[in-house]
Design a protein around this ligand. Structure first.
Ligand code: ZN
Length: 163
């Protein structure tokens, strides 16, 4: 009798957990990959397989226009042009992110800190601390393939974007 009771409780707990995770996915994160932007093979290599763009390639490492950098995969606003600086490293560099949009995780290499898009989990690059480039002492070294630049004019047309 006791065992039957336990099994019944477990069943309900499991069912409840499954329901919760389903709810989280449908509200916060598009788990259905068809909802994401289509990507080029290089963008897939970077965002999904954590590859790295060759330095000094792409349109953004030297870009100084005013606007917003959003996730190439899911349009999550990641960085403001105000936080971009020239590190001469060959990749777009930012000393701050839009709050809550970038997650830091230990890199598989055991010493670097990987940065991923909080919304879709896409690989962005790495964050380095203590290099002294700017007052914030932080360098988000981001792959151009992970980003899409949106100008001020385009920003005004995008829904749900932080200005
Ligand atoms: Zn994303």
């Amino acid at each position: 009798m006791k065992i039957f009771f336990l099994i019944t409780v477990l069943f309900f707990v499991t069912a409840c957990t499954a329901q919760n995770s389903k709810n989280v996915n449908s509200t916060n994160m598009p788990s259905d990959t068809t909802k994401y932007n289509s990507l080029t093979p290089q963008e897939e290599n970077v965002l999904l397989r954590k590859a790295t763009d060759r330095p000094f390639t792409g349109d953004y490492f030297n870009k100084k226009d005013e606007g917003l950098y959003i996730c190439r995969r899911c349009n999550n606003p990641l960085y403001r042009s105000d936080d971009k600086f020239d590190s001469h490293c060959g990749w777009p560099s930012f000393d701050d992110e839009i709050e809550g949009s970038v997650k830091r995780v230990p890199d598989a290499d055991g010493f670097r800190i990987e940065i991923i898009c909080t919304n879709c989990g896409g690989h962005l690059g790495h964050v380095f601390l203590g290099e002294g480039f700017t007052d914030k002492d932080t360098r988000h070294c981001v792959n151009t393939s992970s980003l899409r630049f949106v100008s001020k004019e385009e920003m005004a047309k995008l829904p749900n974007v932080i200005h």
